[in-house]
Write a protein that binds this ligand. Structure first.
Ligand code: ME8
Length: 586
């Protein structure tokens, strides 16, 4: 059995590594919660499959260098303090990451150097002149078409001949920059990337973002082919270093350490590999080798979760770097043959929209942020997690942060789940159920009990003749529905299924009214049994989303630790002899 389990490729989910240039806000917690939902879900879906979950901080680059300068602190000390705050936030929110990587760690730097040297040997890096509009906030270059003059009052001293420019997409200020940089041959991979995405080998979800990626490959090509001497469409090469005079806070280019620093995004994207042990080198150091990714290596990522702001980096740049690392050396290469290692691309990229404040993107640089620690203290960790997951689990549209909505969702969950648990496990109901005479109903007998088919001319509002049976069958269908939604990366839909079941459960108990003196004890017994079974299944399914509350619920129901996985939610249990203790969940 253990060899079988060992043979499974671990499940690997990643979140972006955040810039520790300021304290984290709700947007960061949101992405972490999404990562945690999938990590927890996989752990209970298949407890024999190891799960790796990477989070961390992205600590190099101009943005951090400038923020540290402004604070009057050495960059490393600056990052130590702020990276700790991101980690504390993750811990407070019960984010079950397995690796928290900081790009200032030696293990990461070594991996980045290894990639640089390998790509250099393979001929994918060259030195060139680079010009463009650089945004320090976004840490990237923009083309002329991607920037516009900032709307400034006409009296502004920035107006006139040289208006300040901003990125059209992010509104971040940009400045014209001309540099001698090391370049990466991104253009060499346009066709391969296009084929890869057309064949859906990596699925970018939701689908509009998959189309957006294909469009980036297209528009990049049309942009380039508009130039008369471009013989065929290309995706423009990218600059992957900065002169040391401008950027000293970063990993030095291994072949030119005194003059150039590696571009922060080239460095950062490799964290997904360095975090799980890349480079996976064989013991022998011969220059010609081939390393198979063994079953214990988590790469490739099964799921990468990102905000829509960083799609290009994850959908184009990282895949191109992986393709370059996996490709053979060009025949003309005068270097000894560098390592051959096939590095597949990630399976799925979940791209989410943004949390806004008054419809403007919440951002560290703008400072218009909601504080996740304050929110969790006010409302509770699981209530905030639930709100982020249910409202933010649709991914397609930006969502405005709203304490009113948060309160509304919180009340609904407390009522549908918390009050329901207290109601159906109350002393009076338990006492009435004890008076039921044998033969006692069982889940099997309830599930197979007859329902009287309504007459074909019956009005549609006819009462369900067997509401307990209906509820039990709906509860049994829940794990499959939630699984389907989560496998499709539809977090909001998964929660919709759970809430719909809880609504039905509440309606059922209200209809039957087991607390009324006229309800026969056998019906009280059956109602309580079905309610507890509904709560057991719901509790198991809720674990990925609200782990503390789900734990309290399952503890209260007396569900043993070994029976909280997905398969247990789908199998029958015998409630006889179980001790249920109704507890406050919120
Ligand atoms: O981009 N709404 O770091 P970053 C939702 N270091 N999510 C948000 C958000 C918002 N308003 N604001 C931020 C970087 N996020 C790079 C990443 S990865 C190799 C390097 C989340 O600190 C969202 O996931 O700017 C977004 O993609 C990420 O934080 C950007 O964080």
């Amino acid at each position: 059995l253990s060899t079988l389990a060992d043979a499974k490729k671990p499940y690997y989910v990643t979140t972006p590594i955040f810039y520790p240039n300021a304290v984290p806000h709700i947007g960061h917690l949101y992405t972490l919660v999404l990562g945690d939902i999938f990590a927890r879900y996989q752990r209970i879906l298949d407890p024999t499959r190891p799960v790796h979950f990477l989070a961390g901080t992205d600590e190099h680059g101009l943005k951090i260098q400038q923020a540290a300068e402004k604070a009057g602190v050495e960059p490393k000390a600056f990052c130590d303090s702020l990276s700790g705050k991101f980690r504390d936030l993750a811990d407070r929110a019960r984010i079950g990451y397995t690796v928290y990587m900081r790009t200032t760690q030696e293990q990461h730097k070594k991996a980045v150097e290894h990639v640089w040297l390998t790509l250099d040997q393979k001929g994918f890096i060259y030195k060139g002149q680079y010009e463009g509009w650089y945004s320090i906030t976004d840490e990237c270059f923009y083309t002329d078409a991607q920037v516009m003059p900032a709307a400034l009052p006409s009296s502004s001293s920035f107006g006139g001949e040289n208006p300040a420019m901003i990125s059209i997409e992010t509104s971040s200020p940009v400045e014209w920059t001309t540099e001698q940089n090391y370049m990466f041959r991104l253009s060499a991979f346009r066709k391969a990337l296009e084929e890869h995405y057309r064949a859906q080998k990596t699925e970018v979800h939701p689908p509009p973002y998959h189309s957006a990626v294909l469009q980036m490959l297209d528009s990049a090509s049309s942009l380039a082919s508009s130039s008369p001497d471009a013989p065929e469409p290309i995706l423009q090469d990218i600059s992957i270093s900065r002169p040391r005079s401008r950027l000293s806070w970063g990993i030095p280019v291994p072949t030119d350490p005194l003059n150039h620093t590696i571009y922060v995004w080239f460095d950062a994207l490799l964290v997904y590999l360095s975090g799980v042990g890349y480079p996976w080198l064989p013991a022998s150091t011969s220059s010609e080798y081939s390393v198979e990714l063994g079953p214990s290596i988590p790469w490739p990522a099964d799921l990468q979760i990102i905000g829509k702001d960083i799609l290009r980096f994850h959908a184009l740049y990282l895949p191109a770097i992986l393709m370059a690392l996996s490709s053979p050396s060009p025949p003309s290469s005068s270097f000894p043959s560098p390592p051959q290692q096939k590095l597949p691309l990630s399976s799925k990229i979940l791209t989410h929209a943004h949390w806004t404040v008054s419809r403007q993107k919440m951002s560290k640089s703008l400072g218009n942020v909601a504080d996740p620690l304050a929110a969790m203290s006010t409302y509770g960790v699981d209530i905030v997690r639930y709100y982020l997951a249910t409202v933010g689990g649709r991914f397609r549209d930006d969502v405005d942060w709203s304490p009113e909505q948060l309160t509304k969702h919180s009340k609904e969950l407390q009522s549908l789940l918390g009050n329901y648990f207290l109601r159906v496990s109350s002393k009076s109901i338990s006492a009435a159920a004890q008076r039921a005479s044998s033969p006692l109903p069982t889940l099997i007998s309830i599930a197979s009990s007859e329902t009287v088919a309504p007459a074909s001319n019956a009005p549609e509002t006819i009462e369900d003749p067997n509401p307990n049976r209906t509820l039990l069958l709906s509860a049994r269908a829940l794990p499959t529905q939630v699984q389907k939604a989560l496998d499709n990366l539809e977090v909001g839909e998964a929660l919709d299924e759970i809430i719909a079941l809880l609504r039905l459960a509440n309606k059922t108990v209200t209809t039957i009214a087991p607390w009324s003196a006229s309800c026969p004890p056998t019906d009280v017994y059956a109602t309580q049994l079905v309610a507890l079974e509904t709560l057991r299944i719901t509790g198991i399914c809720l674990q990925p989303f609200i782990p503390d509350v789900a734990e309290k619920l399952l503890d209260g129901l007396g569900v043993p630790a070994g029976e909280r996985d997905w398969a247990s939610a789908q199998s029958e249990v015998d409630w006889k002899g179980r001790v249920v203790k109704g507890v406050r969940l919120f």
